[in-house]
Design a protein around this ligand. Structure first.
Ligand code: SME
Length: 164
C-alpha cells in the first residue's frame, strides 16, 4: 500500500515525468515503469485505451504495461473489471478478485485489482489497471495515487488532441 510520504515523493516524480514526456505514449510507458518499480504490491501495471472504430463496438486495447504478458489484449466494455470501469466512468477497486464474477483472470497470482478511468473532456478514453498478488492491496491513498496518474495522462492526451 502507498504510504503518505512515499506517495508524495512519487507524485513529484510523476509530475516531472509528465512535464518532460514528448508524447502521451512516452508518459504512459514511464508511469507503468515507475509504479511497478516503486510500489512493491503493484505487480502488474498497464494501460488500456478505448478504440472506437466506425461500425464496431468500442473496445479496450492493451497499451504500455509492465509485468507478465496478459491474454486480455482487447476487452469489450461489457467484460471484466476493466470493462466495468470504462463503461461506468468510475474507479473500481476489488479486494478479492476470486469473489468478483466480472473478473477476467490474467495471472493466477492476482488477488486484488484497481482500475481507474482516464478522461479527456469528460469522456472516458482509456484506463490504468493495476493487479496485486496481495489481497486488498489498494487503499484510499493508492486510489488517490492511481487517479493522479490517470489524471496526468488525461491532461497529456487533451494537449495532444488540441494539437499541442
Ligand atoms: N483483470 C482484468 C483484465 C486485465 S488483466 O488484469 C491485465 C479484468 O477483469 O478486466
Amino acid at each position: 500500500m502507498a504510504t503518505a510520504s512515499n506517495a508524495k515523493d512519487l507524485r513529484t516524480e510523476l509530475a516531472e515525468l509528465a512535464a518532460k514526456a514528448s508524447s502521451a505514449h512516452e508518459l504512459m510507458s514511464a508511469i507503468v515503469r515507475l509504479l511497478q518499480e516503486r510500489m512493491l504490491k503493484y505487480n502488474w501495471v498497464g494501460f488500456y485505451m478505448l478504440e472506437n472504430s466506425p461500425g464496431q463496438a468500442p473496445v479496450l486495447v492493451l497499451g504500455p504495461f509492465e509485468g507478465a504478458m496478459t491474454p486480455h489484449t482487447r476487452i469489450p466494455l461489457h467484460q471484466g473489471i476493466c470493462g466495468a470501469a470504462a463503461s461506468t466512468g468510475q474507479t473500481v477497486v476489488v479486494d478479492d478478485v476470486s469473489k468478483d464474477d466480472r473478473y477476467l483472470a490474467c495471472s493466477l497470482e492476482t488477488k486484488s485489482e484497481i482500475v481507474v478511468p482516464i478522461f479527456v473532456r469528460e469522456k472516458v478514453v482509456g484506463e490504468l489497471d493495476i493487479d496485486s498478488h496481495f489481497p486488498a492491496a489498494f487503499r484510499q491513498e493508492d486510489r488517490e495515487l492511481v487517479e493522479y496518474c490517470a489524471g496526468l495522462v488525461g491532461q497529456r492526451l487533451a494537449r495532444t488532441s488540441a494539437g499541442k
